[in-house]
Design a protein around this ligand. Sequence first.
Ligand SMILES: NC(=O)c1ccc[n+]([C@@H]2O[C@H](COP(=O)([O-])OP(=O)(O)OC[C@H]3O[C@@H](n4cnc5c(N)ncnc54)[C@H](OP(=O)(O)O)[C@@H]3O)[C@@H](O)[C@H]2O)c1
Length: 292
Amino acid sequence: MARVLVVGGAGLLGQYVIREARARGHEVVGTHRGPLPASGGWVSLDLRDVGRIASVVDEVRPGLVVNAATLTDVDGCEARPDEARTVNALAAGALAEAARRAGAGFVHVSTDYVFDGSGPATEATSPNPLCVYGATKLEGERLVLAAHREAIVLRLSAVFGWNRMSAKTNAVTWILERLERGEEARLFSDQRLTPTYAATAAGAAFDLWGSASRGVFHVASRDCLSRVEIGRAVADAFGIKHPRITPVTMSNVPLVAKRPAAPCLLVRKVEETLKRDMPGFRTCLDDMRATR
Ligand SMILES: NC(=O)c1ccc[n+]([C@@H]2O[C@H](COP(=O)([O-])OP(=O)(O)OC[C@H]3O[C@@H](n4cnc5c(N)ncnc54)[C@H](OP(=O)(O)O)[C@@H]3O)[C@@H](O)[C@H]2O)c1
């Protein structure tokens, strides 16, 4: 059993990491910004205050730090590039450095947006981010790996699951909410992704740490799907009879940040390391439905 510090514990992935850690018998401390949840087990940390990071890690004395915090607003990163770099890159590096000095393991979470999306990507594919979000996440990966030689970096794609702590939606619940209300969901037909179920990522984080793995791993479902196909699969899995899905192309929607077209993550490395297959998208949706 270890004490696990989950940075960004109230985010979607952070919530799943906390649940997985507890299920495996670990003690958990989550970081949160803003008023702390009443449930206990939280410390306050705003990553824009990079100078406070080391003292928080020293206070908690973790055996493992999982960094699930990020400025995930892709368009917001274009508007606030300095904040994006501080949170996504400099704070990530400072967390890794503090974890190493504390003798703790480190799992950092990154994104498929480090790629330009010109085709499916393995861990050996050269990154080429198209937007500030992707560029700052790539810098974060590099700072983490330079600061902590045993660090694990998980690259995820279109993270989804049940958000039990806020109304913020994700790649699946945004579609589901609209379709269940009978509203139209306008979805890209020309962006293909390998959506990552937050439960899959949380399990992989602990399994990789437990197997003393290090370096970069792609963690995603096995299916490379357009947003329209994602929408149809959601409608099917949740039994929505007449889903109002309207295909649109990225070029027809005013987007601030440029998005990669098909940054599908190939997952063979994590499958070979953990000796098990990553799940299909439909399997993940069925689990979501069962855990609603
Ligand atoms: N969402 C996706 O589709 C997606 C795709 C690929 C990879 N990923 C990666 O997956 C990881 C987890 O993302 P997620 O989907 O769980 O996103 P999320 O629900 O938006 O969670 C992000 C967390 O980071 C926190 N955060 C942001 N700025 C912060 C700051 N200055 N100080 C402290 N905490 C801060 C947020 O807190 P507040 O609520 O207070 O802002 C939130 O708890 C990230 O590394 C992301 O890059 C996500």
